[in-house]
Design a protein around this ligand. Sequence first.
Ligand code: ADP
Length: 490
Amino acid sequence: MATPENKLAFDGGWEYAPAPESTDHISIKKRYELFIDGEFVKPESGKYFETINPATEERLSRVAEASAADVDKAVKAARTAYAKVWSKMKPAERGKYIYRIARIMQERAREFATIESLDGGKPIRESRDIDIPLAAAHFFYYAGWADKLEYAFPGRRPKPLGVAGQIIPWNFPLLMAAWKIAPALACGNTVVIKPAETTPLTAMKLAEVIADAGLPPGVVNIVTGAGKTGADIVQHPGIDKIAFTGSTEVGRIIQKALAGTRKSYTLELGGKAANIIFADAALDQAVEGIVNGIFFNQGHVCCAGSRLLVQESVADEVIRRLKDRMATLRVGNPLDKNTDIGAINSRQQLETIQKYLKIGKEEGAEVYQSAARLPKKGFFCKPTLFTGVSQSNRVVQEEIFGPVLAVQTFRTFNEAIAKANNTPYGLSGGVWTDKGAKIFKMTQDIRAGVIWANTFNKFDPTSPFGGYKESGVGREGGLHGLDAYLRLEA
Ligand code: ADP
């Protein structure tokens, strides 16, 4: 709906000239093979699938579909590399290889960022300033630990687990690969990793980096494919540990498949984080944090601040300021440096979001969308607010994974806590207040793996990340992230 404020944004002088990142510095092959035992090999089945640009629906490349036979080859290569080379190598030498990956990634950061935005739909600002630098930072951080594991766990003898099978989602393709591969290698494990089927291209670029870094063959194997390939990895008897990031639904399937096996696992699943604004908060700062938490990156973040709990006395004011800010958000070409909200990752995900928009209306929510103009082609969604929702509504309880924010109010501190905790998830949360004591009490009372205070969605390789309840099992990042790839002997 056009309000006087957003009319200004679109009819007034606020239009920016286009500022697209160029694509002449990148090369995307017509076809990508599997990366097994240090080589690019054709899939046994001869099958390939398409990966498209979700902003234009044009094909970017064709990518090999790994079958059980290919996964078996990759696991065997990883096993041999583990037994003969990687677990025997001096830890300081392992560290050097990981540093080398980090440095090459930094050198090729612009190429990685552009391809990440092309294949996944996220704004170049995000991939350039967040995804790629953080991915390199994870390799740097864990490279440093490779020869210091005894100091991380004093009095214990840390031993690698063996071959890690890793399955990652499409929302942070390269960053999730880094979260998985860097600690596994630093601890002396070898890896078979599968990127998501809609975002395989930066993983294949990473394969090139790994080859350029001269990693011994088989230490990292990258197999592309969809859910079936993921299931083949989970079920392979030669795998010692599974690390999965993705939906709670698939996490459940994986947990069932692993029950009763000797494989260890970490699962990082869905979320429905509450951002809680108290009346004493700096409201403009809080509104900016809310926008960052749910609208930038299309809400494609498992720890997205998809719920807003605002204290009743400032609710009208906060919602007014939020709508004003939403009016200025630019939805469109992910490669444009002025874009705030890029493309939804796939048609299927857009349909899921649209389904929830319908459910919200049916549940009686008031829907507000900004007047942003959407490109004619590609998968896009306007930033959306649901107000007038109640705790039991599906749009309050379930993960939507789109730029959709459910707004509720509260009067007392305890009511805020009760509402924040009342979902099946517990991955993250945010609190906005002037009072340090409230922050500390909140971090104790909210059952979630990370609570940000007066900021949101800030990441660092040194801090652990992971969920309570249906948001997952185990932690990644920091020392905890090492622990997940080690056996600690007495
Ligand atoms: P999202 O909803 O974020 O797409 P999914 O859980 O569907 O999350 O996908 C995350 C990753 O899990 C992807 O790499 C996908 O191919 C993989 N995957 C999907 N189904 C299965 C399965 N049954 N077993 C193992 N991996 C799977």
